[in-house]
Design a protein around this ligand. Structure first.
Ligand code: G3P
Length: 228
């Protein structure tokens, strides 16, 4: 499983990238608004993220258009920022139509706001390079988001979509709207390709009380060795 960072915050991205375990970044309009982002700075901001993580890490930036022509225009503009930009497109009819055209042009799409197996299969057939089922938002309406991700991973894994995607690359499932380290554990066990995690969750993933306790006892014993 790979980890993407789900944020538009440059300091979080710089810090997480320095840990050496991040393979990409996902943003969305809400995450950009959360850091006080301005429309006029948006393209530069995405370029900064691409610079920080390097050319091998995909960086998702979202189209905010509702019709296919608008999505295509957004996507071409975003894809021109850097070669590692992936365009996030919502799972809807206009999004599917635009995704097919973008895949045919060689522009990678992350199909977002995906909540069901039929939506995921349609996204894969339309040529999406990534599909992002949301966990937490399902939990928010008292349903089981992890179950949905598991179903989508199983369904997509049962077929070969290489004839639909850019350059025959395999579609990958990004578990999104991740709210806890346990979400990550369950997604890994289900075989999700990627989890995109907020920085707060990433920090919790590193920690374990037994690691802290073990480290504490090793340090104390080493002090005894130094005093001996
Ligand atoms: O990647 C999508 C994700 O950012 C949504 O998360 O917590 O707003 O549901 P959340």
């Amino acid at each position: 499983m790979k980890f993407f960072l789900d944020t538009a915050d440059l300091s979080e991205i710089e810090e997480a990238a320095s840990w050496g375990a991040i393979a990409g970044v996902t943003t969305n309009p809400s995450l950009y608004a959360k850091i006080g982002g301005k429309l006029s700075d948006f393209d530069d901001h995405i370029a900064r993220i691409c610079d920080i993580v390097g050319p091998d890490c995909p960086v998702s930036a979202e189209s905010v258009a509702m019709d296919r022509e608008g999505i295509l225009a957004d996507a071409r503009k975003l894809a021109a920022i850097a070669p590692n930009v992936v365009v996030k497109v919502p799972t809807m009819v206009e999004g599917l139509a635009a995704t097919r055209m973008l895949a045919d042009e060689g522009i990678r799409v992350n199909m977002t706001l995906c909540f069901s197996v039929p939506q995921a299969i349609l996204a894969a057939r339309a040529g999406a390079r990534y599909i992002s089922p949301f966990i937490g938002r399902f939990d928010d309406i008292s349903e089981d988001g992890l179950d949905q991700v598991g179903n989508i991973v199983s369904a997509i894994g049962g077929y070969d979509f290489a004839d639909s995607t850019v350059g025959g690359e395999q579609v990958e499932i990004i578990a999104a709207s991740v709210r806890s380290a346990n979400h990550v554990t369950q997604c890994a066990l289900m075989g999700a390709d990627i989890a995109t995690v907020p920085f707060g969750v990433l920090k919790k993933m590193v920690r374990h009380p037994l690691t802290d306790r073990g480290l504490d006892s090793f340090m104390k014993d080493w002090e005894k060795v130094q005093g001996a």
